[in-house]
Write a protein of this length. Structure first.
Length: 346
């Protein structure tokens, strides 16, 4: 063995450097002793060629040096290695360029004046213009509880038809969309939820069910007032629903519950803060607009030395948060304070 550490994947060594993928699926470079060439992690990496390697992050493809530093800020759909100081790259809609090692455009092979590229751009804009279709389709699927029904065993067309009480043509359209969007698979007439379909169920650990319910109702309707809101630079939620947004959710308990559940789901996106933030000197921590307190609970659970956690939220949300099943040792450390961070913080 050249080194002790295990990886999910290791590539061949080239010029004494190899690409490896760790247990989280991130790519890094190592030398023949197993030492990391740099501390950067990427979604994808290529081997080094002429001193540079191709890389990809959440925003696209680019080139890096042996320190893991990007050569330029631009991101592309794909990039080729540098040859004689130049690389062939492709932008999002198919524009093809040759760039220098500084990221400067040396030559445009196919640019936005190309009829082919303009057609791609037009198709993209056409899709954006009806983006609300997807929001409303997903909202309807969740509101009709189709994913939950499939998960509960109502996983054939006839079972779903009986449980949902939908007209046959309507259910056929829903099933077709679920297949096209990779929410479900069908084998021998039996439906099975894929990962995306499971995200729309009640009991998935990272469920987005309530986010779908939230975005498809009041927030969706409120966006119809955007032009007027921009002209006046004033919120228009009250115009449609009679009250400012948070007062509205406070008055309509079920709507407020859906909002809080949606925010609880989104708080999962911030869990990595616990891994990367040093809480060693923290004695008191306050989560402003912390929803049900799920993130605060995780921070306190994993940092037992913290003496006190403060959840600052609207009174209606505080009432709901107090009813959540927090661990006893965590609940004893939490102080619930009602207020509005738009007005004043304690």
């Amino acid at each position: 063995l050249l080194y002790d550490k295990k990886y999910k994947y290791t590539g061949d060594f080239k010029y004494g450097i190899a690409v490896v993928y760790d247990n989280n699926g991130y790519a890094q470079h190592i030398d023949k002793s197993g030492h990391l060439l740099h501390q950067k992690r990427f979604n994808e990496l290529g081997v080094f060629h002429k001193g540079f390697a191709t890389a990809k992050d959440n925003y696209g493809a680019f080139h890096i040096n042996k320190n893991g530093e990007e050569l330029y800020k631009e991101r592309y759909m794909w990039v080729e290695p540098f040859y004689n100081g130049y690389a062939f790259v492709c932008k999002k809609y198919g524009e093809k360029l040759i760039i220098t090692e500084l990221g400067q455009i040396f030559h445009e092979i196919i640019d936005q004046n190309s009829p082919k590229i303009q057609n791609q751009l037009r198709k993209h804009l056409m899709g954006e213009l009806v983006g609300y279709w997807k929001t409303q389709i997903i909202h309807s699927i969740v509101e009709l509880e189709i994913s939950d029904m499939i998960k509960s065993g109502k996983n054939t067309f006839n079972k779903l038809l009986k449980a949902s009480q939908l007209p046959t043509p309507s259910l056929k359209m829903i099933i077709q969309v679920l297949k096209i969007w990779d929410f479900i698979e069908e084998e021998n007439g039996v439906y099975c939820l894929n990962f995306l379909g499971n995200l729309l169920t009640e009991d998935h650990s990272k469920s987005l069910k309530y986010a779908a319910l939230m975005w498809g109702k009041e927030h969706y309707q409120n966006m119809a007032n955007l032009t007027e809101a921009l002209k006046e630079y004033k919120p228009k939620f009250q115009k449609t629903f009679g009250h400012p947004i948070f007062e509205y959710f406070n008055r309509h308990k079920e709507k407020g519950r859906i909002f809080n559940e949606a925010m609880k789901g989104y708080s999962l996106d911030y869990e990595n803060i616990i891994k990367f933030y040093d809480f060693s000197d923290t004695r008191v921590i306050m989560d402003v607009a912390g929803g049900s307190g799920s993130l605060l609970e995780k921070i306190l659970s994993q940092n037992s030395h913290i003496e006190k956690g403060v959840l600052f939220e609207l009174s209606s949300t505080i009432e709901s948060a107090k009813k959540t099943h927090l661990k006893k040792e965590v609940r004893e450390k939490i102080e619930f304070i009602s207020g509005n961070f738009f007005e004043e913080l304690p």
